[in-house]
Design a protein around this ligand. Structure first.
Ligand SMILES: Cc1ncc(COP(=O)(O)O)c(C=O)c1O
Length: 481
């Protein structure tokens, strides 16, 4: 009988299997299995539950040349790459998955709590620059159409797992037109929002212990999802003066045996930076040459200047070996609450994605699909009108920030401005918190987009009416710490 010796209070007993054991982290406290492995080779540092301890463990496993095998049971087997049976005595209450528990709370929820329960005077209302949401409702004709659809008794059940056939056809046609390259309905799947598309893509590509290259600053949900899966995000910082565009050469140096993918978001959240087509091509070629995937989140593609094709990746039929493309209907048709997005990949990967989708969602919400279908057929001109209006708003904010000799604009897109705050030595959380408390401006601190971002603050201005841009600038300018 193999005894697991926990560092804290729990006693675990494991029935030995044929294979040697390696250290694992359990839900509470820490346990190590000392069977078949020289403990001195793995170091004496106790493993904490959750990352970075778990990822440390996996690092050390690599050094021990312990290959990861398909996983069969819970965290123990995930960490070891082998099936381990173990018994656990009764506990007072279940404990959380340590990978999940180690992830910080959602920045959106966290910053919202800063202003929860407060009331704001008429002459200084709260201006919410935190969440990326359109500041207008869906088109009236869309709302009328959905009202009609709801009366149809046949419009309320599950749809196929990857979405309504008509919507997949319409979206594939939309992509083919936008990128001027043929993409078929079997290569697209509808998801419950782009966040879910990302989760499915990562789930289909990577397992615990793998690495994925993630440019920093990152969209926080990308980082959070990977960490809670035990997948290690490897940060890729942009170089000063690059306009917040990461370098494929720098990425090449980060690729190792555990790397499964590179994630790119363009136009970017949080910086707003639009990555040049040549950079996207270089990232694609790098991923292709190294046999890893390129996950490309183009949630904000419809906010690029009209008629501009952001890249030529779909020109090459071989894109199917490398690219997993993600999209959201949330912003373009102002449907954030409908939860409808899409994933595009080669059919082999779509087969895997479909399995994952079935388990997490059965199908995307039907009403969201109806809305996206109507939008693609009728609302692209409406969306382009919104893009022009947002462009004017971005211009006003950019001009105002350019006049400031305190706040420095790092980059700006249709939805976000990423700015450097003027307070040397003060953390961005302190700055954002004080902006909320004293200036009634809700922003997201740079630190929530990754380490080393404490000089920055993100302003999501898409949901701020044009006449609020001047007060935003004024409050920033008068703000002191
Ligand atoms: C880059 C990026 N991807 C995905 C999403 C989520 O989109 P959805 O509402 O479709 O889940 C967002 C939303 O802010 C985003 O900025």
């Amino acid at each position: 009988m193999l005894i697991l010796r926990p560092i804290h209070h729990q006693t675990l007993r494991a029935a030995p299997l044929a294979e040697p054991r390696v250290p694992v982290s359990f839900n509470t406290g820490t346990a190590r299995i000392f069977d078949g492995i020289d403990d001195s080779r793995i170091g004496k540092t106790p493993l904490s539950s959750g990352s970075p301890g778990v990822l440390d463990t996996l690092d050390r496993l690599d050094k021990l040349d312990t290959p990861a095998a398909p996983q069969k049971t819970g965290p123990a087997a995930i960490a070891t790459g082998r099936a381990i049976r173990y018994e656990r005595p009764m506990q007072d209450m279940p404990t959380a998955n340590p990978w999940l528990a180690a992830v910080d709370p959602s920045p959106i929820g966290e910053t919202r709590r800063w202003v929860l329960g407060r009331s704001f005077p008429d002459d200084k209302p709260l201006i919410d620059l935190a969440q990326a949401v359109p500041g207008f409702p869906p088109a009236l004709e869309l709302r009328r159409h959905l009202g009609e659809r709801l009366l149809d008794p046949a419009a309320h059940g599950y749809t196929p797992i990857l979405g309504l056939a008509e919507l997949r056809e319409a979206y594939a046609a939309h992509l083919s037109g936008f990128y001027r390259a043929p993409i078929s309905a079997s290569e697209v799947g509808i998801t419950s929002g782009c966040n879910q598309a990302f989760c499915l893509a990562v789930m289909s590509l990577a397992q615990a212990g793998d690495q994925v290259i993630l440019p920093r600053p990152h969209y926080f949900n990308h980082d959070m999802w990977m960490r809670m899966q035990g997948i290690e995000p490897v940060p890729l910082d942009f170089r000063p003066g690059s306009g917040a565009v990461p370098s494929p050469e720098d990425a090449a140096r980060l690729i190792g045996p555990r790397t499964r993918a590179i994630v790119l978001v363009t136009p970017n959240n949080p910086t707003g930076a639009v990555y040049p087509a040549a950079t996207l091509r270089a990232f694609h070629d790098l991923a292709r040459a190294r046999g890893i995937a390129l996950i490309l989140d183009e949630t904000y593609k419809d906010f690029l200047p009209e008629g501009e094709r952001p890249h030529d990746l779909f020109d090459d039929p071989d894109w199917r070996r490398t690219v997993i493309h993600l999209y959201s209907f949330s912003k373009v048709f102002a449907l954030t609450g409908y939860r409808v997005g899409a994933v595009t990949a080669g059919t082999a990967m779509m087969t895997e994605i479909e399995k994952a989708m079935d388990c997490v969602s059965i199908c995307p919400p039907r009403i969201g699909q109806e809305a996206a279908l109507y939008g693609l057929a009728h609302l692209m001109p409406w969306a382009r009108g919104n893009t022009r209006a947002l462009g004017a708003r971005a211009d006003a904010l950019q001009a105002g920030l350019a006049r400031s000799n305190r706040w420095r604009l790092v980059s700006i897109g249709a939805y976000f401005a990423y700015v450097e705050h003027p307070f040397d030595g003060r953390s961005s959380i302190e700055v954002s918190r004080a902006l909320a408390d004293r200036k009634n401006l809700l922003t997201i601190p740079g630190e929530m987009f990754g380490k080393g971002q404490d000089r920055f603050v993100r302003l999501a201005f898409a949901n701020v009416a044009d006449d609020r841009i001047a007060p935003v600038l004024d409050r920033l300018e008068r703000f002191t710490l």
